[in-house]
Design a protein around this ligand. Structure first.
Ligand code: FEO
Length: 398
């Protein structure tokens, strides 16, 4: 069943309520997600993106109840990632030769993914326009690396609807569809998690892209994302929020993350929390075990933090794999404006805190204190030192 968005624009996507993981097992989707596809029913009929391949049969069946598929004049592939292009192959089998507008990089991605030489792929670039009839046009805007090199947005004139694909989305499922109707806490929790995990490495491009949209004089009244809700009420709020996220975002939060083998590293972490809270009762200090918290949630907490303390026991001349995995992920995200210090326990070689420090430095964190470590398990004296360490850390990042 199609859902009305605005004038002759409709949602024809798929809500994936029971999705619990995305990008393999990298990203938890505790509230599901959606693959948003949109139908433009002007003098010309256009389809913007499709859905994930496992739902292609259902998608095409539903679409065929809304329109005669043979009346589709064109398809836009804003982004070739299979969560959006997955139904393209089955659809084009039914309507071969239909023009598919995408970027040059989109042609490379679609060809690499589907190996079809007979698809009518039409390259477009920023500023190109096609008429959809009734005096309206679709304007294309390349958005490379938000989230793949092929990504683009398109804008429907007169209705002032921006089809932003991955940008401004959430892995969030709601039949209510619109931003003003859903639970605002859930919406913003999922919006920041999505930005932290997916968009952060491209923050410098976000600034540039938003400026470009402004310079094109496009007055955005509605943003149709490819995941989650449609921003119909005050869409500028999410654009402004993205500008905040893209420019060294931080809240008054300190996050302590550890993994532990025999509770020694956990004991240190708890003492840091005590010291930080004694020094600064207003800072939002949070404590997480890396082995009991999904990595995408840890990344979100780091994104919100002004500073982190990260620790592990020394194992095999390095750190526990949960911390190693987190460091690898964080290194790819290129966070800005973050401070850190590191800690660890060891039996015979004191390495872990130094390994973590080196990795965080390479990831762009500013190290504000020398590492602290405990031989075997911290005694009362060292635990007291950890409290003092927490106090000094809180002062040094305030
Ligand atoms: Fe939702 Fe980059 O695909």
């Amino acid at each position: 069943m199609k859902k009305h968005i605005k004038n002759n624009v409709y949602w024809v996507g798929k809500n994936h309520w029971d999705l619990r993981e995305f990008h393999g097992s990298e990203y938890t989707t505790t509230k599901g997600s959606s693959y948003n596809s949109y139908l433009i029913l002007e003098e010309k009929i256009g389809l913007i993106d499709t859905v994930y391949e496992p739902f292609s049969t259902e998608f095409i069946k539903n679409l065929a109840t809304e329109i005669d598929l043979k009346t589709i004049d064109f398809i836009v592939v804003n982004h070739a990632e299979p969560d959006h292009s997955g139904a393209l192959e089955a659809l084009l089998d039914l309507i071969p030769g239909t023009p598919v507008y995408c970027t040059e990089n989109g042609i490379k991605s679609l060809t690499g993914l589907y190996h079809k030489k007979d698809w009518n792929l039409v390259p477009v670039k920023t500023g190109d326009r096609i008429s959809v009839g009734n005096g309206k046009e679709l304007v294309f805007i390349q958005a490379a690396m938000i989230h793949w090199p092929d990504s683009m947005f398109c804008f429907l004139t007169q209705d002032n609807v921006l089809f932003s694909n991955d940008a401004f989305g959430q892995h969030y499922c709601s039949e209510l569809l619109f931003n003003d109707l859903v639970d605002q806490g859930e919406l913003w929790t999922e919006t920041i998690k999505y930005y932290a995990n997916i968009i952060t490495p491209f923050s410098h491009l976000v600034n540039r892209k938003i400026e470009e949209i402004k310079s094109l004089g496009l007055e955005v009244e509605c943003i149709c994302t490819s995941h989650g809700i449609v921003w119909r009420k005050d869409p500028a709020q999410v654009i402004e929020k993205y500008l905040e996220y893209a420019n060294g975002y931080q809240e008054n939060q300190i996050t302590v993350i550890y993994d532990t083998m025999y509770e020694g590293t956990a004991m240190m972490a708890n003492q840091f929390v005590k010291g930080i809270t004694m020094e600064d009762p207003l800072v939002n200090v949070k404590l997480f075990s890396a082995s009991h918290t999904n990595i995408s949630d840890l990344v979100t907490e780091i994104f919100k933090s002004k500073a982190i303390l990260l620790g592990s026991p020394t194992v095999h001349n390095g750190v526990l794999y949960t911390i190693a995995g987190l460091l690898e992920f964080v290194n790819g995200l290129k966070f800005k404006n973050k401070k850190a210090a590191t800690f660890g326990t060891y039996g015979w070689r004191d390495l872990s805190s130094k390994v973590i420090q080196k990795s965080l430095q390479e990831a762009g964190f500013e190290i504000v204190m020398e590492p602290i470590s405990a031989n075997w398990r911290p005694d009362e004296q060292l635990q007291e030192r950890c409290v003092e360490y927490g106090k000094t850390f809180a002062r040094s990042v305030s």
